[in-house]
Design a protein. Structure first.
Length: 179
């Protein structure tokens, strides 16, 4: 049950899933029939469900689970020596997503957080007053989006996580609510 990222990028679809309370679950089943499952957040773009893995690979598969919802950044015209011909190019900055890694170490990181990539090795150069004003407006627009969209989405994701998560000691067959 993989949900396409474009479906979750649409706030209406995400809100519909949250409102409906539709419970999504992931499940990993080993060749010997051992099953581990957990809550799949409504905002997660991928379902880590898998069957037919060797039981010795279960811990690795669990450690690799990351629930993710992409966060679009702000596109700016920047200069980087790595760009072809040494010219400026449009680059997306401050992008990332809401992430939850339920089997991460340490346990503090097992709840939804926002991870942001500032940018590749880029310089913003030659800003005259008009360009600096434009840059400031773009940063403000991104900050407004972080406050108005991403922050409420993170708070909702954490509330959803808390509602479906009971901290327990890990065991191969009783991890149902860890993720």
């Amino acid at each position: 049950m993989t949900t396409a990222p474009d479906q979750l990028a649409d706030g209406a679809h995400e809100a519909d899933l949250q409102r409906s309370g539709a419970a999504r679950r992931w499940r990993i089943t080993t060749l010997d029939g051992q099953t581990t499952e957990g809550h799949l957040p409504y905002w997660a773009t991928d379902d880590p469900s898998e069957t037919g893995i060797h039981h010795t690979d279960l811990k690795v598969r669990l450690a690799d689970i990351t629930h993710h919802s992409p966060l679009a950044g702000q596109t700016l015209r920047v200069y980087s020596p790595s760009h072809p011909g040494g010219r400026s190019a449009d680059v997306e900055i401050l992008h990332g997503g809401i992430d939850c890694t339920p089997y991460a170490e340490p346990p503090d990181t097992r709840v939804p957080v926002v991870n942001m990539r500032l940018t590749d090795d880029c310089w913003i150069t030659d800003l005259d007053p008009e360009a600096l004003a434009s840059f400031s407006a773009q940063l403000r627009a991104q900050a407004d989006r972080l406050d108005g969209e991403v922050l409420p989405a993170l708070v909702a994701a954490r509330a959803d996580w808390a509602a479906h998560h009971t901290p327990t000691a890990p065991s191969a067959t009783s991890d149902a609510d860890r993720s």
